[in-house]
Design a protein around this ligand. Structure first.
Ligand code: ARG
Length: 462
């Protein structure tokens, strides 16, 4: 009979047990489940609900089970459904009636809500650390490449020259917001559900504040129905993880292109690329492509949980057991990808010459001529139009912008003078973009100085 089988005449069929079990994947919560149970038992004893001796036996018994699971010596039984009942059943088997008292004033509903928060608190610390690690690699590249020029794109068309450091710091900003999203999410879910019972609280004289302190939560969930029914914290986490993957995926897209024969701007380390089983010459940026691919998978996890939750009546419903696999999958995926990404970025070799060559097309400096005209009192719209006409002329004449004479230029841009002929160098173009946050090497150095002042950089980058 199942642990809840008192009112039943028949045990679940084998297939029903198979459909109902979650221990095959929720066993990863065992350490958090045991930590929560020990705190709960201590509280029960403090409140006189069980004896101090019972609590002692429970704690001792649970720690024994933990060592067994740690050592891989514990056999989980799918007939006991989930991690909670596997541990509790073994405890009672080992220590007898004291074990059977552990579940006083507790339901698996407040138990799983507590376990999952304890688990995610730890996993988020790890993911936050990995995000910081990646930011550090980006900042290192930025420091080395404040003067390395390459084309910046919009619409995947050459737009204006930028410096590589500027690009790396753009992603540093994005991952910084990702980090703060994780922190926000962690702050919001760091409240204790335990003591909420199945949905309505307990008739026993429990002390939730005590458990809260033991488990280092910021406070107790105020409403027992909310505490057992919502999974918004998981959805918030999956959204934040999806955004991290979206950023990594976009960056991957650029790296794949940068490493193509068409660009030839970078080469990622051999350890981060794979060959072809057919074409001996190939070196493919597979880890970038897999990052892109795995992004779809994490979005899927988010969609799965949103869909699972959308029509559930308050409070707990068994549908919610399906929350775990998407959450575990997204956490595992993001940890893996970030762990590969940081060293992959560090392995990147930059071909400055190829980058510079690609940025040297004077067409990329067309905006600079328009802005020169604005500085010389031509309204921007007219300036844009005149430079556009000059670009059109060059196209027809089969010339680059830096090949036209001053006379030819003046035919389209009457205000032009000698100074305009010196506008076509990408290094002067980037140097001129001195507006705050712009790509001028001086501005990029200012950005680097900002990052060097941040605590995590001071700690991680010497
Ligand atoms: N394994 C369950 C889950 O993950 C635990 C809660 C079960 N509660 C219940 N009343 N059946 O959701």
């Amino acid at each position: 009979m199942a642990m809840w089988g008192g009112r039943f005449d028949a045990a679940p069929t084998e297939l029903v047990a198979k459909m109902g079990e979650s221990v095959s994947y929720d066993h990863r919560l065992y350490a958090h489940d045991i930590r929560g149970s020990i705190a709960h038992a201590k509280m029960l004893a403090k409140q006189g609900i069980i004896t101090a001796d019972d609590a002692h036996q429970i704690e001792h018994g649970l720690l024994g089970i933990k060592s067994q699971i740690d050592a891989g010596a514990f056999t989980f039984d799918e007939r006991l459904e989930d991690i909670h009942m596997n541990i509790e059943a073994r405890l009672t088997e080992n220590i007898g009636s004291a074990g059977a008292k552990l579940h006083s004033a507790r339901s698996r509903n407040d138990q799983i809500a507590t376990d999952s928060r304890l688990y995610l608190r730890d996993e988020l610390d790890t993911i936050k650390r990995l995000v910081r690690g990646l930011q550090i690699e980006l900042i290192k590249i930025a420091r080395e490449h404040t003067d390395t020029i390459l084309p910046g794109f919009t619409h995947l068309q050459h737009a204006q020259p930028i410096v590589l450091g500027h690009y790396m710091l753009a992603y540093t900003e994005m991952f910084d917001r990702d980090h703060s999203r994780l922190e926000d999410c962690q702050k919001r879910f760091n409240y204790l559900p335990l003591g909420s019972g199945a949905l309505a609280g307990s008739t026993l004289p429990i002390d939730r504040e005590f458990v809260c302190k033991e488990l280092e939560f910021l406070g107790c969930c105020r409403n027992s129905m909310d505490a057992t029914a919502d999974r918004d914290y998981m959805i918030e986490l999956l959204s934040s993880l999806s955004i991290i993957m979206m950023h990594l995926s976009r960056m991957s897209e650029d790296l794949v292109f940068w490493m193509s024969q068409e660009a030839g701007w970078i080469e990622l380390g051999d350890a981060f690329c794979t060959g072809s089983s057919l074409m001996p010459q190939k070196k493919n940026p597979d880890m970038c492509e897999l990052t892109r691919g795995k992004t779809g998978r994490v979005y899927g996890d988010l969609m799965a949980l949103l869909s699972i939750m959308k029509s559930l009546p308050l409070c707990y419903n068994r549908d919610m057991q399906e929350d775990k696999e998407p959450v575990f999958d997204a956490v595992d995926t993001v940890k893996l990808v970030l762990s590969v990404y940081a060293p992959m970025i560090a392995s990147m070799k930059v071909n400055k010459d190829r980058m510079y060559e690609a940025a040297s097309d004077p067409a990329l400096m067309a905006t600079d001529l328009a802005e020169w005209l604005v500085k010389n009192n031509v309204p921007f719209r007219s300036a844009h139009h005149r430079v556009g006409a000059l670009v059109g002329y060059c196209k027809k004449a089969g010339k680059r912008l830096d090949e036209v004479t001053l006379e030819e230029m003046q035919a389209c841009v009457p205000e032009a003078n000698e100074e305009c002929l010196a506008l076509w160098k990408p290094e002067s173009s980037v140097a001129l973009r001195e507006s705050f946050g712009g790509t001028a090497p001086n501005q990029v150095r200012t950005q680097i100085a900002y990052w060097m002042e941040q605590d995590f950089v001071k700690q991680l980058l010497k």
